[in-house]
Design a protein around this ligand. Structure first.
Ligand code: HXC
Length: 258
């Protein structure tokens, strides 16, 4: 598949997907989301890739779902899932870590897309918000569910009900983003972080992602049980042997990703 709305590249074991509708501030139309889903699943299946970065332009990660596209849709258009929401859960099927490198606007579906990623790195000009209420609609790709888990109820409720944006500092204080970096360094820092993750054992990294995500889907007892079983499972990998042997021998590990 050749892409028109995203750019893809690989840097060693890191895949970078750049949302690419700059004139529309990367508004997420169905064509872009189709391409994003396709690229994500391809990189997830590619053994040479260990971590994926999703990014946008300096001005916008994504200013939301494409309003012009949605404006005329009927209830049945969107309910049947043929339009707007059809691809939004694809990212959840990706088992490798995905880093959102956010500069500029991450609004509505753009904020929701970032929140579906495993780590959000923010440039100092990043702005997050769920402004759907201003359009007579509401978040439809997890905004009302993931935002309260990330920033707690009061702030999530305020952002969703008022549509106000929060800047990078507020987003970091609230726990939505893991770190803020200067805009000029965002891409390099995202690549560095992704390369660090991609350098570790892929099955171990996948188990860690699965286990952390279970914290949001299960009781504490269930989550700890899953974690214990996955911890046990790491001992069935070649990379656990290599990682611990390398420590004992005081050398760097050479993970084989299996
Ligand atoms: C379609 C958009 C867009 C969007 C911006 N553009 N956001 N087009 N859908 N979400 C287009 C503008 O129409 C304009 O095109 C160009 O991008 C530049 O935008 P401007 O408004 O001129 O830029 P600026 O004045 O800098 O303002 C930036 C902005 C504003 C504050 C981000 O564009 C804005 O408020 N955008 C809408 C944000 C929003 O409401 N997002 C939520 C969408 S609903 P032209 O051709 O005029 O130059 C949603 C639901 C998710 O996301 C559901 C998921 C299933």
């Amino acid at each position: 598949m050749s892409y028109e709305n995203i750019l893809v590249e690989t840097v060693e074991r890191v895949a970078v997907i750049t949302l690419h509708r700059p004139k529309a501030l990367n508004a997420l139309n169905d064509a872009l989301m189709d391409e994003l889903g396709d690229a994500l699943l391809r990189f997830d299946a590619d053994e040479a890739i260990g971590c994926i970065v999703i990014t946008g332009t300096d001005k916008a990660f994504a200013a939301g779902a494409d309003i012009g596209m949605m404006a005329g849709y009927s209830y049945m258009d969107v309910y049947k899932g043929d339009y707007v929401t059809r691809n939004w859960e694809t990212l959840r099927r990706v088992r490798k870590p995905v880093i959102a490198a956010v500069a500029g606007y991450a609004l509505g579906g753009g904020c929701e897309l970032a929140m579906m990623c495993d780590i959000i790195l923010a440039a100092d000009n990043a702005r997050f918000g769920q402004p759907e209420v201003k359009l007579g609609t509401m978040p439809g790709a997890g905004g009302t569910q993931r935002l309260p888990r990330a920033v707690a109820k009061a702030k999530a409720m305020e952002l969703c009900l008022t549509g106000r944006m929060m800047d990078a500092d507020e987003a970091e204080r609230a726990g939505l983003v893991s770190r803020i970096v200067p805009l000029a360094e965002l891409r390099d820092e995202a690549l560095r972080t992704a390369a660090t993750v991609a350098g570790y054992s892929l099955p171990i990294v996948m188990m860690i992602k699965e286990s952390v995500n279970a914290a949001y889907e299960s009781t504490l007892a269930e989550g700890v049980h899953l974690e214990r079983r996955l911890f046990h499972a790491t001992f069935a990998t070649e990379d656990q042997k290599e990682g611990m042997q390398a420590f004992v021998e005081k050398r760097a590990p050479a993970f084989r990703h299996r």
